[in-house]
Design a protein around this ligand. Structure first.
Ligand code: CUA
Length: 152
C-alpha cells in the first residue's frame, strides 16, 4: 500500500539525515552540543596538576601546551615563550571573574570563565612578540591586565 511506502521512505530519509549529521561532525571534528565541556573549579586550581604550576610544556616535536590562569589583574605565567614553527594549545581558566585571553593583533581571542577551561590551538610560524590583553571588563584595573607572548 501507499502508506507502507511512505513509512519506508520517511525511515530512509531519517536514517540518511542522522548518518549525514554523524558523518559531518566526525569528519569536521565538531563538538556536538551536549558533550561535556572541560571544567575546573577555581578552588581546585592550585592543586590541579595542569594549572597548579602555570607553564608551557613541550608535548611533541613542534607541539606545546600552555596552561594559563587569568585573575584580577594578571595572567600567569606573565610571559609565555614558545619557539617559532610550533603549534601551541592554550588552556586558560580564571580564578575569579570573567576575563579574556586575547593575543593583540591576531584572531586568538577567547573568553575565560571561572569553572571552565577555554582551549584554543594556534600555529606560530615567525619569531615575534605579542601582547596579551583582557577584553572583558573585570574591575578597576582591567586595563592594566596584560601579559606577553614571545615567539623566539
Ligand atoms: Cu581581566 Cu579585564
Amino acid at each position: 500500500t501507499y502508506e507502507k511506502l511512505w513509512l519506508v521512505a520517511s525511515l530512509v530519509l531519517i536514517v540518511g539525515f542522522i548518518a549525514t549529521i554523524t558523518y559531518g561532525s566526525v569528519a569536521l571534528g565538531i563538538t556536538m552540543v551536549g558533550d561535556e565541556e572541560p571544567t575546573i573549579e577555581p578552588d581546585e586550581i592550585s592543586d590541579d596538576e595542569r594549572f597548579g604550576e602555570p607553564r608551557v610544556e613541550q608535548v611533541g616535536e613542534n607541539e606545546y601546551e600552555a596552561y594559563v590562569i587569568a585573575q584580577t589583574f594578571i595572567f600567569q605565567p606573565e610571559t609565555i615563550e614558545v619557539p617559532a614553527d610550533s603549534e601551541v594549545t592554550f588552556y586558560v581558566t580564571s580564578r575569579d571573574v570573567i576575563h579574556s585571553f586575547s593575543v593583540v593583533g591576531t584572531n586568538t581571542n577567547t573568553m575565560v570563565i571561572p569553572g571552565e577551561i577555554s582551549t584554543l590551538t594556534v600555529e606560530f610560524d615567525e619569531p615575534d612578540e605579542y601582547g596579551i590583553v583582557c577584553n572583558e571588563y573585570c574591575g578597576d584595573f582591567h586595563h592594566t591586565m596584560e601579559g606577553q607572548l614571545h615567539v623566539v
